[in-house]
Ligand binder design. Sequence first.
Ligand code: SF4
Length: 445
Amino acid sequence: MQYFLVTYGCQMNRSDAERVAAVLEGMGFSPAANESEANVLGVVACSVRQKSADRVYGRSLAWNERSDRGQIITFVTGCVLERDRGKLAKLFDIQFPIQDLPKLPELLISGGFALSADFVFRQSVMSDARTDYWKIAPLAASAHQAWIPIQNGCNRFCAYCAVPYTRGREVSRDPKEILDEIACLLERGYRSFTLLGQNVNSYGRDWSSGEPAFARLLGDAARLIEKSGREALIYFTSPHPSDMQREVFELMAAHPAIARQAHLPMQSGDDAVLRRMHRSYTMERYREIVGWVRELVPDAALFTDIIVGFPGETEEEFEHTREAVQDLAFDMVFTAVYSPRAGTAGAKLPDDIPREEKSRRLGVLQDLLKTMGAEKKKRFIGTTQRVLVDGAAGADIVSARTNGLIPVHVRIPGVNPAEFIGQFIDVRVISASALSLAAEYTAAS
Ligand code: SF4
């Protein structure tokens, strides 16, 4: 019996998909090389953009038109808006919130899938608690890089975002379980760990003390890695600027196991737009946080997200964003054009910026980022960087990332690039472009 899983959206969905795969393989399924061979077909859905939601419908329609439709079972999980649930229930055989993943074997049986008589579920299914699905050991897609979910849901209700409606309120994972998972993966040779959550800095706020516990968790994870004597790095994404603590950067400065990289979503550089987005911080506060990074970890790479064309964004407000992007000299900026998501506060505002104007603003930012990105990366030329190899990028070339997650292409003449995947190596940077570096190999770990 074979399964085929399609995953849309963010790292959290990819991490969830690793647990879905673990359950299916625990049931005796193996992954199908292509969907036409699969008996069970599933989607881990994303509702953050209309385009992602449309792709989920596209998949279900294609599967429902198959001539062997009676012999396959389809399911959907992940981020699904309340208003879409009824429609998806008619298109897929099974729909479940990701927290109900431990029940997937039962759901497949009730959906008509017959288990073989010798079936033994290899993962123990726990109680009905909302955090049980994290106890399922994931079937990691990578052999050296791990996503470690620490939290699910969000209490922030940013005006453009569907996450609080699809994943619900924040639930924090037990810290012991997180540290045990890291220890186990470290032992198995994993070299990079990303603590994942929708707002990692409010980790622990849902516990009875109500105190954020993210800095403590980050420090404990760093100490665990450092005590092990193994070389590995810990990342986190994403924090919300309103919940960010200076202590996080003090830890980054003190612990070599914490990667010198922070993804701090700004979204807009204008206070009025931030208010309309319900982002609950001002640019003064945002600049204060960037100041902590520059003061405490001057070599840290700073990433951000920007949305252009939010309802009512004037030319002057957009100009404030452009100026902030220029002043704050980010290492990487992920840009997006605003599109309303049903049920959010933003969807009640008139989507009044014409599509051409949104594209023009996006183009202005992208042109700026091209020039700035190349200029900023020049500082690496001639330096030696310790990078983690994550793939082959051609004959004699590997793709890797610096400690700050800047992509690097490294030429290693006369070797099979695959031998280096998952290793830290020292490289000398020879050139820089807007998005990446080129380097030559100097030594392996
Ligand atoms: S902090 Fe805002 S943007 Fe991030 S998941 Fe929560 S509601 Fe969405």
